[in-house]
Design a protein around this ligand. Structure first.
Ligand SMILES: Nc1ncnc2c1ncn2[C@@H]1O[C@H](COP(=O)(O)OP(=O)(O)OP(=O)(O)O)[C@@H](O)[C@H]1O
Ligand SMILES: [Mg+2]
Length: 146
């Protein structure tokens, strides 16, 4: 994990609040989970609470906020996501969602989307493309020191 990504994780964590959504896209092995792990390193974690929701979501808490790490790869789509009550987490904390494209219609329109790409020229490098939808997230993106 290189300095630039560490800086982004730290900087982004500092700007996010309860209700915020970050979607992580990219091929298998592109680096989505690794990004979340780094993100959680900067989060003053009290305990990991394993989820009753079929391993679709893991919950992390500190004294002030919760982070929900979703991996919806195994879901068939938004309907299944609603069935397990996935959307009920959104208002309870910060949500980081791997493979969020699978449940796109169940996601709020306004969010940050990070696309991960593995370079064929160097397997140890990742290219991150960050997009923001909505005024609040556009401002967050502009204010990131990356
Ligand atoms: N920024 C990075 N630099 C170098 N190696 C990385 C980086 N991010 C991830 N990797 C390596 O790539 C492998 C796959 O990463 P990761 O599990 O994060 O992928 P993923 O996008 O979550 O895949 P999946 O879609 O299967 O969940 C891991 O071995 C990890 O160490
Ligand atoms: Mg993953």
């Amino acid at each position: 994990m290189k300095k630039k990504q560490e800086h982004l994780q730290k900087s982004l964590l500092g700007k996010l609040n309860i209700g915020d959504i970050v979607v992580l896209l990219g091929d298998l092995g592109a680096g989505k989970t690794k990004f979340v792990e780094g993100f959680l390193e900067y989060f003053n974690l009290q305990n990991e609470i394993s989820s009753p929701t079929f391993n679709i979501v893991n919950e992390y808490r500190n004294e002030s906020i919760a982070i929900f790490h979703f991996d919806v790869y195994r879901l068939s789509g938004s309907e299944e996501f609603y069935e397990i009550g996935g959307d009920e987490f959104f208002s309870q904390g910060i949500s980081l969602i791997e493979w969020g494209n699978i449940i796109d219609s169940a996601l709020p329109k306004e969010k940050i989307t990070i696309k991960f790409e593995q370079l064929s020229s160097n397997i140890n490098k990742r290219v991150l493309n960050i997009e923001a939808t909505g005024k609040k997230y556009e401002e967050i993106l502009r204010s990131l020191e990356v």
